[in-house]
Design a protein around this ligand. Sequence first.
Ligand code: B12
Ligand code: SF4
Length: 519
Amino acid sequence: MAVHLVNPSHLSFGIGVITPRWLFVLAGATPAAHGQPRITDETLEVFDFDTIRPGDVVGIGIHTGNALRGYEIGRLARERGATVVFGGIHATLYPEEAHELGGAHAVVKGDGDVAWPRVLDDAAGGTLQRIYEAGRVDADQFVPARWDLMPQGRYMWGSVQTVRGCPKHCSFCSVWRTDGQKPRQRRVDAVIGEIVELRRRGFRFIALADDNFYPVALADLAMAERQNNKARLEQLLELRAERFELMEQLAQLPPDMIFFTQITMEAAEDDAFLAAMKRANIKGALVGVEAVTPEGLKDVYKGFNEVGEALVTRLKKFREHGVHVLGSFIFGLPSDRATTFAATADIAERAGVTFAQFVMLTPFPGTLDFAAWEKKLEGDTTHIAGIPITRHWLIPQAQRPKVYTPHPVMSGDEIRERTQAVWDRFYSFRKIWVRAQCVKSLRSRLGFLLLSKLYRHMYANTGIATDSARVSRANQWARLIAKPCRHLFTAAPMPDLPMPAPSRASARYGIRPESAQEA
Ligand code: B12
Ligand code: SF4
C-alpha cells in the first residue's frame, strides 16, 4: 500500500513560490511502516494517475479555492482502486461534500498531525472510519515537515509555521473559527530546527506561515492588567517572551536569510517587537489593511486598524524598522464608493507599501460574512452551471462569478473593473521601478521588478479577469518569469550550519510594557 499526498491546483506553473506546508507535514506524520509517501504539488505539475495501484491511499488537502479540482482527483483515484482521504480547511467545513463529490472513503476534520497515522493504520487494517474528528492539537504535537522529500529546485520559499490560531475575529476570515482564538505557539527549538534544515538545503527565504505572527498585542496586556487578571497577564507575557526568544535565535542565523510573515497592524505600536523583527531579518509582512475608511473597517469587524493619516503613519512605521509591507486591501465592502478605489491606491502609495494585493470581497465558508450572506440568499434560486451560488466553489473556474455580494451602489462589473484598474496602476512598470529604489544594486532592482510582475500575474489577473485570453496570457507570463525569479532566491547549501544557541532573550524581553510593569 503506497501513500500519495496531492495538493490540487487547476493551474500548474512548473515553479512554486511557497511550499504548501501541509504536504510535508503529513509526510512527516506518515509512519515509516507505511513507506515513503509520494508527494505531488499540482501548482508545479499535474498528478500522474498512472502511479496509483489498487489499495494505495491518496490523501488530498483542500481549501475552498481548489476543492473542485480536489474532488476530481478524488473520484479518479477511487476509480483506480485507491482509498481516498480528504483533509484541509474546506474538508473540515464540508466533510459530506468530499464524500458526495470527491469519492472520499474518509475525511479528517481539523489538524492531521495526530490523526493521519491512525487513518493509515485503519486503512491498512480495513477499519477506516467515514469521518475523523481530529480537532485542534496542542502546539507540542505539531509535526515537523519532511523537507527531505521536497522536489529539488522547484520552490522559491520554504514555509515554517510558528503559531496557529488568532485572537481576533475578522468577519471575512475563517481562521479564528477553525484554528481557534487561542494562539497555539510552537516551541522555539522546533521552529528553529526546521529553519536550520531548510538553510542547510540551500533555502534562504522562509515564509513564517502563521495566521498572525503577533498574537499578543500591547493592548491585550493592558486589558488583562485593567481587569486585574494576573493569570492571563502571566500567560500573555510568557507567549510574548517566547516570540522574542524566537526572534533572537533567528537573528543568529546566517545574514543572507530573509523571513516573511503575516501580522496585524497593531504591531506598529510595539517598538520593541519591531526592533526584534528587524534584528531577526523578518523583512516582509502581510498586513491586513482591508479598508481605508472607518465605515469599511466596521464592515469587517476590524476596528483595531487605523484609517487616514494614522494608517499611513502606522504602515510607515514598519518600513522604518526595515519591514516591507505587503498591504492587503478588500474591495466591494458595502460602504465602498467609486472614489474608494483611487483613495485606497493613494494610501497604499503614500504609506510606502512595497507590495499590495487588492482582493474582492468573497464570502469564504466558515466566516461570519458567509453565514450572513447564505442566510440572505435563502430561497434564492440563482444557479450557475447547475450549482447554487452559495456553493460558488463548485462552479467551474471559468464560469465562477467574480463578485458575490450585491452592492448598494455599484454593479459587480464596476467593482471588478475598478479593482483591476487599481492592480494595473500599482503594478505599472513606472510605479514598480520607483518602489524598486528600496533595494540597492541594479541586479536587486531587476529582481524586484520581476518579482512584482510575477506576484501580479500569479495572484491578480487569474482571480479578477473575466476574459479568458487575458487569463491565459497572465499564466504564460507567470510561467515565463517564475524560472529566472527562482534563481534570485537560491543560495549555496550550508550542510554544516549549526543550530543557534538559546539566548537569554526570554529573561531580557520578558520585560513588561511600561504599563504592565507598574501593575
Ligand atoms: C501561509 C498561507 C498562505 C500563503 C502560502 C500558501 C502556500 N503555498 O502554502 C499565501 C500568502 C501565498 C496564501 C495565499 C492565499 N491564501 Co492562504 N493561508 C496561509 C495560512 C496562514 C497558513 C497555511 C499553512 O501553511 N498552514 C500550515 C499547515 C500545516 O496547516 P494546514 O494547511 O491547515 O494543514 C493542516 C490541516 O488542515 C490538515 N490537513 C491539510 N490537508 C490535509 C490533507 C489530508 C489528507 C489530511 C488527513 C489532513 C490535512 O492537516 C494539516 C496539519 O495539521 C492559512 C491559514 C490557516 N490557518 O490554514 C491561510 C489560508 C489557507 N489562506 C486562505 C486564503 C483565502 C488564501 C488566498 C485565496 C488569499 C487571497 N485572497 O489571495 C490565497 C490563495 C493561494 C492559493 N491559490 O492557494 C484561507 C483559506 C480559506 C478557505 N476557506 O479556503 C486561509 C484559511 C486563511 C483565512 N484567512 O481564512 N496563503
Ligand atoms: S484576518 Fe488576520 S487578524 Fe483577522 S482573524 Fe484572520 S488571521 Fe486574525
